[in-house]
Design a protein around this ligand. Structure first.
Ligand code: NAP
Ligand code: MG
Length: 521
């Protein structure tokens, strides 16, 4: 039997631009100008297809130049939240019956339109969250990948499912959607995570209330507008920006909400999980919660490793996008015999990192996302200076924006605060290990378990780490960041979350439920 899926090209990752091609660089310059010309625009709520203005507004600022307002976004009230859930519930009745092929088509169309507007999305991310050009492009490429991947995945789940035949019966198992979902993404992959979580929920036949991060609400608004531009029926995707602490509890606890898909900090994730577990009056189900949370990711360098390669991998993992990735390396764990050599080489490598306005092409590190993050990271640096030896950075970098130097603190003990708590900024703790076993024990000794990497040339150490290093995404002889959709399904263990494996074949299952149908013949 030829299925729809057979006629679609296999999934392939979108190439990420390095901007070495002068045509790409020129297109990006033009896009930066165009996006800047649109600064200050207002983005309303979108509920049941209706665009609604609010008195209260969220100001999304450019962290490299905080006086610049990228956009003003509506801020929802409790009444708006109730209306958004009602609209999603109404739309579910018809959306759940739309064939998978048609639902997938919306994702394919969205991917192709984002591809056409690639540089505009890149430019928006540069301004709204302070990404460098290549980091911004990688975020947009990942968003395209999620759309392409989940569109194919729903077609796979819509195919006849294998079950054991039984004489005298006709049997089948079908995957059906759950209902109304609340989607709460973070700002750090403002395009990829918001678009990935939302599109997975929608393509599976659910309807969504999207509460974006207040720091990246314009990027989310662009996506919501794009989905309506391509004809997504009203109410399938409702846009409900607003303060997490003001409307978050209401939407998570609402009895008509069937599932919550969250990515963000451990604190907020645990709070959501607890709230969602308590049934409200009139609630007929146990809510499903997908919660992907923080990390304290380690890179282990064995005594036999290629130290130069390890230094490069660690620098990129620790300081790419200012260390604001859940997968960022925040602990370098180094076997004793190479510890001093490693530190010298790392110091020299970090000295080459440029910090500045990410709208300029050559900038490697831009600002951290907001004033609160800056404060919190600076506090950790002060603690770190007492817990270890500062060997690089440690101060704010020049400029009006929230710039920090790439900071390295050596001789940190395994149980130090800066070795245990997620800082979510450009701060790396270096820890000395007695030997490889000790290094693995240190690596596993936090409450998190998201990503990890090991540099070694020893097959035995690779086998040992494969078994013992307890993280959802383990890498060897490469950086700990940059998971690719389809290639490295992403999600962590322990307090890093529910291990949902975004961009993998198990992911859509989180937005579906299976129904077994038997008929006597
Ligand atoms: P965050 O502060 O936890 O916020 C995440 C989202 O939750 C935002 O949309 C936020 O809205 C919302 N929120 C806040 N309080 C809420 C409440 N009471 N109820 C409902 N929603 C609420 O995290 P973030 O600063 O955006 O992101 C950084 C964190 O995300 C880091 O810990 C990082 O490790 C983690 N992360 C994890 C992964 C992964 O795959 N494991 C990927 C990326 C990031 P407001 O903005 O309005 O407060
Ligand atoms: Mg911003």
């Amino acid at each position: 039997m030829t299925t729809t899926l057979d006629r679609i090209a296999p999934f392939k990752n979108e190439a990420i631009k390095a901007f070495t091609d002068p045509a790409d660089a020129a297109a990006m310059e033009a896009a930066l100008k165009e996006v800047k010309a649109g600064f200050g625009r207002f983005y309303p709520l979108v509920i049941g297809g209706e665009r609604i203005e609010t008195q209260k507004r969220i100001r999304s600022i450019n962290p490299a130049a905080p006086s610049e307002i990228v956009g003003e976004v509506a801020s929802a009230s409790a009444t708006d939240a109730q209306r958004a859930i009602d609209a999603a519930q109404r739309a579910f009745e018809s959306w759940r019956a739309v064939p998978a092929r048609e639902r997938a088509e919306f994702l394919f169309k969205a991917a192709s339109l984002i591809r056409e507007r690639r540089f505009l999305y890149d430019a928006l991310l540069v301004y709204e969250v302070g990404k460098s050009w290549p980091e911004a492009d990688a975020d947009v490429a990942e968003a395209i990948d999620f759309l392409e991947f989940y569109a194919r995945e729903i077609l796979r789940y819509a195919q006849p499912q294998p079950i054991t035949p039984m004489a005298g019966e006709e049997n089948e198992l079908v995957y059906i959607p759950l209902g109304v979902g609340v989607v709460i993404p973070p700002w750090n992959f403002a395009a990829a995570i918001a678009i990935g979580m939302t599109s997975a929920a929608i393509v599976a036949g659910n309807t969504v209330v999207l509460k974006p991060s207040s720091d990246s609400a314009v990027t989310a608004a662009w996506f919501v507008d794009l989905m309506h531009e391509i004809g997504l029926p009203p109410g399938v995707l409702n846009f409900l920006p607003g303060s997490g602490s003001e409307i978050g509890d209401l939407i998570v606890a609402h009895p008509k909400v069937r599932f919550v898909s969250f990515t963000g900090s451990k604190e907020v994730g645990l709070h959501i999980n607890e709230l969602a577990a308590k049934p409200e009056k009139g609630q007929r189900w146990i809510k499903r919660v997908v919660a992907e949370m923080g990390g304290k990711d380690a890179i282990v360098v064995a005594a036999d490793a290629d130290v130069d390669a390890a230094v490069e991998g660690i620098a990129v993992s620790a300081f790419g996008f200012q260390g604001q990735k859940c997968s960022a390396c925040s602990r370098a764990i180094i076997e004793e015999p190479i510890y001093d050599t490693f530190l010298e080489k790392l110091r020299a490598r970090v000295a080459k990192i440029t910090v500045g306005n990410p709208s300029e092409r050559g900038t490697y590190m831009g600002p951290v996302v907001n004033a609160k993050a800056l404060d919190s990271i600076e506090r950790y640096i002060e603690i770190g200076k007492k817990e270890g030896r500062l060997i690089a950075g440690g101060k704010r970098a020049e400029g009006e924006g929230y710039f920090l130097e790439p900071t390295v603190i050596a001789d940190v003990s395994r149980d130090a605060k800066i070795a245990q708590e997620e800082i979510f900024g450009p701060v790396l703790a270096v820890i000395k290990a007695r030997d490889f076993e000790d290094a693995l024990a240190i690596a596993n000794d936090t409450e998190f378990g998201l990503t990890g990497s090991v540099y070694t040339s020893d097959e035995k150490k690779i086998e040992r780490a494969k078994d013992a290093f307890f993280v959802g995404n383990l890498y060897f002889n490469r950086k700990s960041t940059g998971a690719m959709v389809g290639v490295h399904p992403f999600g962590g263990f322990n307090m890093s979350g529910t291990d949902s494996k975004a961009g993998g074949r198990d992911y859509l299952l989180l937005y579906l439920q299976a129904k077994s149908v038997a008929r006597k013949i």
